[in-house]
Design a protein around this ligand. Sequence first.
Ligand code: AMP
Length: 395
Amino acid sequence: MIRTVKAFDLKGQRILMRVDFNVPIENGRVTDEFRILGALPTIRYCLDVGAAVVLMSHLGRPGGEVKMEYSLIPAGETLAGMLEMPIKFSNDCISQDAIDTSLGLKPGEIHLLENLRFHHGEVDNNSEFSASLARHGRVFINDAFGTTHRAHASNVGVVEHFRNRGIGFLIEKEIQYLKGVIKNPKRPMVLILGGAKIGSKLKLVEKLMDQTDSILIGGGMAFTFLNASGLSVGGSLLDQTMLNKAKSILNRARSRGIELILPVDVYSGKSTVDTVPKGPMAVNEIPDNMLGLDIGPKTLERFADALDHAKTIVWNGPVGMFEVPGYERGSKQLALILARMKDEGKTVIVGGGDTAAAIKTFGLTESMSHVSTGGGASLELLIGNPLPALQSLEV
Ligand code: AMP
């Protein structure tokens, strides 16, 4: 059993909370607040019940060195603005000064620690480093879903020092949707897959095949499937090592009566920086010197038809190269269709870092039932693999 933050009497307590403030920063400013917003409900709850909160997070990959471009100061400023209150900040997460600041916190105060990954001990899950971190609090709460698939000091090593340990509202919601809903979905369930890394997505298909009624495949991974079904795909992304697996999934879907829809038309470009899309063209007419970079209108129509009957929809991976202007259209249209479906009462779950980023750029994050804050972690949870940071919280 894993306890949630509500299971503890937190009044007057000092809580050490692992959050995921691994946010993009440009010119000293946070450019996407999604993950900070995700941690707010748990932080607010702890403050409201009269606890003091010590927040710790990583940001980027500074490799165990102090590199100010990876400082959490901008994240702290954003958080202070959201909560409309000052927060204390320590520029080293385990210094005696930092620990003294935590020990001196009053109920309702927040102390943010500098980037955990300025120390090698974090990623190495070093026991001395974990023990130092543990001195900051009396109760441990993890609400950093995005790192739950990693065994680091701040989410695994630190845990053994706490009898009172549990998860925050964000992780609770992620588990509810990515594990609960998926385990027993309202049928029909439609799985939409896209993106470039086909290997991890195929694991997801294999895992969810029993409860999936339709599988819609777009993005770069679609071309391996198209090629596996005998079509030439021009210069499009193709993973030769996955051809046999793709063939076997096509066969399994057919024999089980699962509808599997691949693109019939695409917009293409000469390279991944070619911002003038050509097309739409049929998938088997992509010239050898061009790549399919977005799904076309006929494909979108087929996807929309298949989604019409769905009650649960899971989307992982953009259906086009949405970061390049001109190729975001398919993913945007699809997101708009899903937003409408959510309004009609369907459950729409979006997982994966890039898909969440795409939805965010379209301004549709709030229009889905759940957009996961974790990329790798959401895929692992969907696949059903154990997450070390959650396992360590079992009591
Ligand atoms: P993944 O991490 O596997 O979800 O892949 C996400 C990446 O796939 C994004 O950066 C997209 O730009 C990329 N992507 C989507 N569609 C295509 C495509 N047709 N060809 C190449 N890359 C694509």
